[in-house]
Design a protein around this ligand. Structure first.
Ligand code: FES
Length: 109
């Protein structure tokens, strides 16, 4: 299992255990992390699973910032998109992400 920490806009931490091969979005939904809606169920078609990759982790694992063209297009519909924005349904969890920190935006969509 891989430990992931979601930090909400108020700074509250939600630590979850996730299985390798699942997605960050699935980990959030299974653990009822507030602020991740995931309306389309992971089809990269809603932008309501938006998160910010923690800068320290983006530096450590630069591939965490690599978005597909479809994801780029969907992010146009997200609120307050930044350089480290990702759709969490598009991030597959791997062992090297143990301890990963991501931030939940103020609002989705
Ligand atoms: S769950 Fe819809 S884009 Fe990620």
């Amino acid at each position: 299992m891989v430990k992931i920490t979601f930090i909400d806009p108020d700074g509250k931490k939600h630590e979850v255990e996730a299985e390798e091969g699942t997605t960050l979005m699935e980990a959030a939904i299974r653990n009822m992390v507030p602020g991740i809606d995931a309306d389309c169920g992971g089809a990269c078609a809603c932008a309501t699973c938006h998160v910010y990759v923690d800068p320290a982790w983006a530096e450590r694992l630069p591939h965490l910032l690599q978005r597909s063209e479809t994801e780029e297009d969907m992010l146009d519909f997200a609120f307050d998109v930044r350089e480290n924005s990702r759709l969490s349904c598009q991030i597959k969890i791997t062992a090297d992400m143990d301890g990963l920190v991501v931030h939940v935006p103020q609002q989705q969509g």
